[in-house]
Structures are given as structure tokens and as C-alpha cells.
Write a protein that binds this ligand. Structure first.
Ligand code: ADP
Length: 220
């Protein structure tokens, strides 16, 4: 049966970075809702234009739009064995919709690593990580000024394309995104804990240590 791993955690805790590494190590495809939206915004598709206003404010794109986009993505052949989902689901309605979709496809939610940091340092860690983040224009590779700098300033190590600072990584929007996370996404922690899928991962370690913790938790 196709198994789907969902990475849960606040914005900036390192889900995207870890999802890319996990995809390489497990052979599962990495599906990032944020990357899909950014791809659509770059290409100025109808979906992209619609999503843009929500994203730059730090709000969530409406559930119906997001769910339809993910459903379409999950029907492609590269998801037959499953996927690593990063950024979806972000609301209880999305989680319910995912459960139904996967049942239709003959798949199920496997483990849900919840990457987090101790509450005392959480906001500081997130603001520091998001405001120092640089994203690759072409493939969404992620770097950080201090924690994971590119070899050459503003150039992606992997494909040589330009690195830019996302509009929603600017400080006013960051505060809103954290608030939206606490209100709309944090309830998923209980949702998946009750279903027995949740595994807690300490995200306040360096990138390698988080990967190590994740890989050993996924093996269990
Ligand atoms: P982060 O790096 O903070 O985890 P993402 O790159 O995953 O952020 O997403 C960026 C923005 O795209 C979100 O702030 C939100 O506006 C929109 N978005 C991404 N995933 C979803 C989703 N599942 N539902 C609604 N909106 C989403």
C-alpha cells in the first residue's frame, strides 16, 4: 500500500529542508504545497494569481483551491508508491480531505513527524530562520544566511540559479504566518496524535542532527 509521510510543524522549522533530504534517502517524491503555489505564481496561472494575495499576506489559500491542487498532484504516476507531504494538510478540513483521497487511491497516512522547538525558544528560532532564508528561483532549494549558507552569495549550489528572499519571509508577514499556524494548523497535532501517527522531532538541532532523528524515527 502506498504510504504517505506528512511533515508537520510551524513555518520555518525546517520542514522543507528535511523533506528534500528525506525524499532523496527514501526514494519517495517530495510534494510541497508552497512550492506548487510558487510555481503557479511564477507562471502567472489562474491558480497562481488567485493564491498570491493570500500568500503575500501570510494567510492560507482557501481549502477548496488547495485541496484540488493537491488531489491533482497526487494522481500523477510518481506518487504511486506514496509521497512526503510538506505544507499539506494545514487545516483539519484538508486533513479530512486527504484521508478520503488516499482511501480512493488505495493509500494511507503513515507517520506524521511533527518537527518543533521548545515553546520558550520557538518564536525566536522561527523568526531567525525565516528572515535569514534564501530560496532558489528555479527549484526551491533552501539556504540560510548563517545555518546553511550557499558557497557563493545569492547563487544556488545545486543548479546555479538566483537565490531570492520570499515576499512572505519579511518580518510583518512572518508574525502573521506564525499566528495562522497556531490557530489553524496546530490542531492537527492532536488530530494525528489521536490517530497514533504523530512522532515528535526536536527541530532545534542542526540540520544533520534533525535528519538523523527523523530517519531513525521513520524506521521504527
Ligand atoms: P513555510 O515555508 O512557511 O512552511 P510554505 O512554503 O509551505 O511555507 O507555504 C507558503 C504559503 O503558501 C503559506 O503561508 C500559505 O499562504 C500557502 N500555503 C501553502 N500550503 C498551504 C495549504 N496547505 N493550505 C493553504 N495555504 C497554503
Amino acid at each position: 500500500m502506498a504510504t504517505f509521510i506528512i511533515l508537520l510543524g510551524p513555518p520555518g522549522v525546517g520542514k522543507g529542508t528535511q523533506a528534500k533530504i528525506l525524499a532523496e534517502q527514501t526514494g519517495l517524491v517530495h510534494i510541497s504545497s508552497g512550492d506548487l503555489f510558487r510555481e503557479n505564481m511564477k507562471n502567472q496561472t489562474e491558480l497562481g494569481k488567485h493564491a498570491q494575495s493570500y500568500i503575500t499576506k501570510g494567510d492560507l489559500v482557501p481549502d477548496n483551491v488547495t485541496i484540488a491542487m493537491i488531489r491533482e498532484r497526487l494522481t500523477r504516476p510518481d506518487c504511486e508508491a506514496g509521497a512526503i507531504l510538506d505544507g499539506f494538510p494545514r487545516t483539519t478540513a484538508q486533513a479530512d480531505a486527504l484521508e478520503k483521497m488516499l482511501a480512493d487511491f488505495g493509500g494511507k497516512v503513515d507517520k506524521v513527524p511533527y518537527v518543533t522547538a521548545p515553546e520558550k525558544v520557538l518564536e525566536k528560532v522561527l523568526v531567525e530562520r525565516l528572515s535569514g532564508r534564501w530560496t532558489c528561483r528555479t527549484n526551491g532549494h533552501i539556504f540560510h544566511d548563517k545555518n546553511n549558507p550557499p558557497k557563493q552569495a545569492a547563487v544556488c549550489d545545486f543548479d546555479g540559479s538566483e537565490l531570492y528572499q520570499r515576499d512572505d519571509d519579511k518580518s510583518e508577514t512572518i508574525v502573521r504566518r506564525i499566528q495562522v499556524y497556531l490557530e489553524q494548523t496546530a490542531p492537527l497535532i492532536t488530530y494525528y496524535r489521536q490517530r497514533g501517527n504523530l512522532i515528535e522531532i526536536n527541530g532545534a538541532q542542526n540540520i544533520r542532527e534533525v535528519t538523523k532523528t527523523l530517519l531513525s524515527a521513520l524506521k521504527k
